[in-house]
Design a protein around this ligand. Structure first.
Ligand code: AMP
Length: 196
């Protein structure tokens, strides 16, 4: 079983690279952003709360997201035999600290945190371009700036947390999608290699 976090700023390519990783390793994809947007589309109570945060570029409170993640893991228990890729989670230190017991309770553990490193200028340009097609309420100039601020203030400290845990693998997230994926594969193999 391989359990990974794909980490990086908004627009760093987490979704795109997750798709390639899933194809290669047969992992189950959990994107908290996708799960939350699904709640918004279905008009659930959680969706209404989530919408009020997402549309202004703020993070959903930790407790809600952590509970949602536990529920998502349990509901998909039969699909996660080969492991999970966590995309967009954790985003705060509290979430990172909650992830470890969430996994341990399910006899799982984190193998690696793959960090896609892209400059703010490039992230902004990519998100503005994505906004032309995505229809996402948060892919507009004002909210993009807010999301980058949130990323730097609340999420990027996790890099050091996972470096200290010996799990962080930095990847240059600029360039061709296939080259970036090649680097990611090397990082995954390094972290999951069985010692002989
Ligand atoms: P994403 O699709 O990962 O870019 O997430 C879109 C938005 O969903 C974020 O800007 C947050 O408002 C919310 N969100 C997604 N994942 C989380 C999380 N782990 N913690 C808090 N908020 C989240």
């Amino acid at each position: 079983m391989i359990n990974l976090v794909i980490f990086g700023g908004p627009g760093s390519g987490k979704g795109t690279q997750s798709d390639l990783i899933i194809e290669e390793y047969g992992l189950f994809h959990i994107s908290t952003g996708d799960v939350l947007r699904d709640h918004i589309n279905r008009g659930t109570e959680l969706g209404k709360i989530a919408d009020s945060f997402i549309s202004v570029g703020k993070l959903i409170p930790d407790e809600l997201v952590v509970n949602l993640l536990g529920k998502t893991l349990d509901e998909n228990h039969d699909k996660i035999g080969k492991g999970v890729i966590f995309d967009g989670f954790p985003r705060t230190l509290e979430q990172a600290k909650a992830l470890q017991p969430l996994l341990a309770e399910r006899n799982m553990q984190l193998n690696a945190v793959v960090g896609l490193e892209v400059s703010d200028d490039e992230l902004t340009e990519r998100l503005i371009n994505r906004g032309k097609e995505s229809g996402r309420s948060d892919d507009n100039k004002e909210t993009i700036k807010k999301r980058l601020d949130v990323y730097h203030n609340q999420t990027s400290p996790l890099r050091e947390y996972y470096v200290n845990a010996g799990l962080y693998e930095p990847i240059n997230g600029s360039g061709a999608i296939s080259d970036i994926f090649g680097e990611i594969k090397n990082a995954i193999e390094k972290k999951t290699a069985v010692a002989v």
